[in-house]
Write a protein that binds this ligand. Sequence first.
Ligand SMILES: [Zn+2]
Length: 56
Amino acid sequence: MTAANCVTCGDSVALPEDVEVGEIVDCGSCGTELEVLGVDPAELAEAPELAEDWGE
Ligand SMILES: [Zn+2]
């Protein structure tokens, strides 16, 4: 089991063993959506809001 700290509340967020970079996981404590930036070591960042501006 891999875990990383939520960037918003600092709580530990468990990651699936097969988690992949770019996946979005939810913090179980504060509900923030977190993007997986790295898996070894595990690193999380607050997921960007879904952009509606995808260009032309
Ligand atoms: Zn959190």
